[in-house]
Write a protein that binds this ligand. Sequence first.
Ligand SMILES: [Zn+2]
Length: 143
Amino acid sequence: MPEPAVPAKLKRLVSLRSRGCCEYCFGQARFALQEFSIEHILPKSKGGKSESENLALACQGCNNHKYNHTHARDPVSQAIVTIYNPRQQRWSEHFAWNEDFTAIVGLIQTGRPTVQALELNRPPLINLRRILYQAGEHPPATA
Ligand SMILES: [Zn+2]
């Protein structure tokens, strides 16, 4: 029997905890054209549960690119490593903004493959970050 959808109360908790930001690319839901998703960090197809510690808020782009992946190849070491886990790891230890805050730089062996696998620097995101930065709305305070 399939697991039921994420209960509304849990969705609210995940959304509030993330302060309305994608937990991968730090896109802000209030500036997004598509509703953000409640993403299963360990996918349901791999046994992931709809529990607070396995859920993250993700924009549609990050959610689509992550799909059911949990690992990716580090472009530097070529090792297959786990994708960044926003519940167990701190974003600022794995990623940084470039000098004009338009691109995310993967700092270590988890950050680099996550930037590639989730395509955290998709051209529309870079354009939006540039405009929001000029408007004083990027990076969000939580980033
Ligand atoms: Zn995102």
